[in-house]
Design a protein around this ligand. Sequence first.
Ligand code: NAD
Ligand code: ZN
Length: 352
Amino acid sequence: MRTVRVRVGAGYDIHIGKGLLSRCGELSKNAVGVCKAAVVCDSNVSALYLRAVRESLLAAGFEVVTLSFPAGESSKNMKTLTQLLEFFAEKQLTRTDCVFALGGGVTGDLAGFAAGVYLRGIRFVQIPTTLLAAVDSSVGGKTAVDLPAGKNLAGAFWQPALVLCDPALLGTLPAAEFASGMAEVIKYAAIKDAAFYGKLNPVSDLEAVIARCVEIKRDVVSRDERDTGERQLLNFGHTFGHAVELLSNFALPHGHAVAIGMCMMARAAVKMGAADESVIAPLAEAVRAHALPDECPFGAEEVYNIMLSDKKRETGSISLIVPTAIGVCERRKMPVEEARKWIDAALEGGRK
Ligand SMILES: NC(=O)c1ccc[n+]([C@@H]2O[C@H](COP(=O)([O-])OP(=O)(O)OC[C@H]3O[C@@H](n4cnc5c(N)ncnc54)[C@H](O)[C@@H]3O)[C@@H](O)[C@H]2O)c1
Ligand SMILES: [Zn+2]
């Protein structure tokens, strides 16, 4: 088992290791003490892993109550949030009790937000079951639900008391979900660690790879908990990626859109003179090695219009995360019109 310590707020440990799920009772007991455990998961994860978690918690002396909701982003809303809060109240959870978010990013965001507002905040433990949740959403303390007006519009910063990551659980993930998480893994190499690319094609030690991602996110987040500066580097590939995701009507999984967005940014950086050609190859190789797409199926005009409509309510400027060398990115704030040049640069000239 590897442990990464996060020192934001009261601080918490992220334990990563195969077989950790069956030890979740004992490890949680050390972190939060024996109490009432409200385990929240979605319908897919409930069928796969809820029983093991329940048994481990019971064996360690926890009282366990469980709630499962229909799997999918469409559950990440105020209605499910209300259901969770009412469930906690009905089960008489107190300030010394604890919520367990067992699942992917949807479960973590939803159950984390519910824990953050119930009784003005009770403790919660994250047990990520997707690669995306393991390397991204379970670290950093952002929780949220979607509103009809957009994704993640209502939320709170609420740090977990513990994160337990068992890479063995990722064995049941559909291949496309795993690949989607790999896009975020590749992102960490691109923004902070050139040598990390060498561990990715293929991944031979998943535990070590997850631990490295978590360390990088931990370091970035602890220097910028409230997302005003360095944390924005984690958006590498996401500005263009988000536009591509919307244009595909969410037919493209998030990570696939991010992979396209990262490759677009790398090509744009070279054309705009921010980086030399060498930034493209390691990124493109990693993306292709994980069967992720690298070409944008949409035109510059379409991408630009989405970015414009996304940003017009703000100040008219946009921050692009630009790769300037292998494993190094920087934030460049520019007027939205200037970003048009970057989109054109990304999309002209075809495949590299
Ligand atoms: N809080 C943050 O910092 C942060 C960061 C990135 C993304 N997010 C959020 O995360 C969400 C996406 O997370 P996600 O990709 O994990 O989605 P998800 O939670 O919906 O999980 C994806 C699918 O995989 C299934 N699944 C989960 N674990 C499984 C397993 N071990 N075996 C088989 N199937 C399994 C789920 O039931 C679901 O159908 C989005 O809502 C996004 O906004 C949050
Ligand atoms: Zn992402």
